[in-house]
Design a protein around this ligand. Sequence first.
Ligand code: NAP
Length: 320
Amino acid sequence: MQTYDLIIIGAGPAGMTAGLYAARRAMKVIILTMDIGGQVATTPDIENYPGIDFVKGTDLAQAMYEQTLKAGCEIRLNTMVDNLEKRGEEYIVKAGGEEYSAPTVILSFGKTPRKLGVPGDEEYRGKGVTYCATCDGPLYKNKTVVVVGGGNSAIDAALYLEKIASKVYLVHRRDQLRGEAVMIDRVTKNSTVEIIWDSVVTEVAGDGEVVTEVKLKNIKTEEQKNIKTDGVFVEVGFEIKADFVKSLVKTDEAGQIIVDEFMRTSDPNIFAVGDLTPVPYKQIVISGGQGAIAALAAYDDNAKRAGKPTGGTDWGSLKK
Ligand code: NAP
């Protein structure tokens, strides 16, 4: 059993910021994670992180990773958490065949991409169907691609792929995009991306080896049409896969983990941060802020348990 002051599950911006803050308070802290960056690492271009005019998602994730490690936080990669349970005053995390214990845990494993869930989606995964524009975009140089979705991720992917592919279609099920105004303007007014409104993909078809076309249906007119394509980029949002913590913490009707202003869940020694909380705006900078709050509160809790002075809240405004 490996013992820590704090275990963090997941290394997106929320988890890594928590790791950074906890390490800088000299906590013995480890992040258990499958990968680095989470959703950020699949975001091609980032233009709204304060102080940085432009950065690629993978570069921002790598910079956060290096800074967190440098601060003294351990990060165990390719580590899938199988179970979290309470034993006495400690939490035991089973991950990658090992056991870790700590009096405090921060959950920051984010959301999982929602599946398109139509015929051909599974069959052609990795053979033309992809859920990561940043990872697979370069494979589609001078090819035709279809992006599915109407949120910021789909717009980002379409604008990124426009620089690589010869033709980009964006298929959206409504007649309005949901995203940042500046991005909506860019994709609707200043790009060659062809938006197919009010339409859903009913099937991804291929020759058995690779994707060759998508079948679409206009949900207002019921009209059906096929588009020849080499790739299908699915960007239809995210869902939370939090079954392994459901018996420990309360969730809302959407499955998001409910937290208070300290990012504490219904179990006071388990915190949750980032996109798996009900925070209404899922943004990198907001996730980072939540991570910092949780780490500082976790530090104070640990200090209280040890009978040491806490870091205290700023301006003395909060008394918990
Ligand atoms: P999202 O905002 O939930 O958007 C998902 C999109 O997919 C929606 O347009 C939705 O349609 C559509 N959709 C959902 N299920 C579908 C289905 N089964 N078939 C077809 N279309 C479907 O997800 P996201 O774009 O991945 O963004 C996630 C979060 O990250 C958001 O809060 C977003 O603001 C944030 N983000 C921000 C940035 C940025 O600030 N630059 C970049 C990326 C992500 P409806 O519109 O009809 O619901």
